[in-house]
Ligand binder design. Structure first.
Ligand code: CO8
Length: 259
């Protein structure tokens, strides 16, 4: 596995693990860090033996936001011409394998947005989510105003973006921002365990499910249902569908070949 400056990349059997590692800045998301997340995702996506990916930070911070020091002096034309810095961020969204965000501590601004770009969030009981950009004289720039209302509804999203207040793990679970809350000291192991379960299934089926669920946010119900039905039909072309159903009928565990 290659080494990076701001992320640590590791693997546990079929699970790829990306740990943000810029501790002095609470994992503030500078351009290089986000590029490295992209490079690590490229490598995991190209690797047939990886079936799911976990992105995590430290106990204190998943990521405390975009790098304020790098943004402070940016001019409009620099931001616009350079497509600051969303260019890089698209990579997380376009990953076709399942990606879990394992969040402990602060997930603020771009950190909250990065977590929301993942397929779902597992939160430690210490997790704190927020879009505090308003306090810096700007607004969320990587999906905060769009994904947060889809996740938790307009009232809470509007309140969070307009006040910049933080939301703890319990409230985040109640509101639907996170899938589950777990004790902080077991967060990463639990995320790896969940990813291991996902990765034991058929990878092409997991990819189809991810596409189909994401489609629910991009289309009306009829189009979404049609997309689902066609994808469901396509699953009958997979070796893994034959194996999964044969195994059930033969009362044995399936052995998926991920094809
Ligand atoms: N950028 C740069 N440095 C940071 C950031 C950040 N976002 N957050 C923390 N740091 C640095 C601090 O400057 C400090 O550095 P130093 O030791 O050199 O002074 C170090 O990390 C430790 O931080 P604190 O001393 O502040 O730690 P505390 O425990 O006292 O406080 C907090 C922790 C509450 C998380 C606090 O650091 C904080 O409020 N951070 C800023 C949070 C924030 O406003 N985030 C939003 C940033 S704006 C944004 O994300 C826009 C997203 C747009 C999308 C971008 C893609 C297009």
């Amino acid at each position: 596995l290659p080494t990076y400056r701001f992320v640590i990349v590791d693997r546990r059997a079929r699970v790829g693990l990306i740990t943000l590692n810029r501790p002095q800045q609470l994992n503030a998301l500078c351009d290089e860090l986000v590029s490295e997340i992209g490079a690590a995702l490229d490598a995991f996506e190209a690797d047939d033996s990886i079936g799911a990916i976990v992105i995590t930070g430290s106990a204190k911070a998943f990521a405390a936001g975009a790098d304020i020091a790098a943004m402070q002096a940016l001019s409009y034309i620099d931001a616009y011409r350079g497509d600051f810095i969303t260019r890089n961020w698209e990579r997380v969204k376009t990953c076709r394998k399942p990606v879990i965000a394992a969040v402990a501590g602060y997930a603020l601004g771009g950190g909250c947005e990065l977590a929301m770009m993942c397929d779902f969030i597992l939160a430690a009981d210490t997790a704190q989510f927020g879009q505090p950009e308003i306090k810096l004289g700007t607004l969320p720039g990587a999906g905060g105003t769009q994904r947060l209302p889809r996740a938790i509804g307009k009232a809470k999203a509007m309140e969070m973006c307009l006040t910049g207040r933080l939301m703890g793990a319990e409230e985040a679970e109640r509101a639907g921002l996170v899938a589950r809350v777990v004790p902080a000291d077991g967060l990463v192991e639990e995320a790896i365990a969940v990813a291991t379960k996902i990765a034991a299934n058929s990878l092409p089926v997991a990819m189809m499910i991810k596409e189909a669920v994401n489609r629910a946010f991009e289309s009306g119900l009829q189009d979404g249902l049609l997309f689902e039905r066609r994808t469901f039909h396509a699953s009958f072309g997979l070796e893994d569908q034959k194996e999964g159903m044969s195994a059930f009928l033969e009362k044995r565990p399936p052995v998926f070949r991920h094809r």
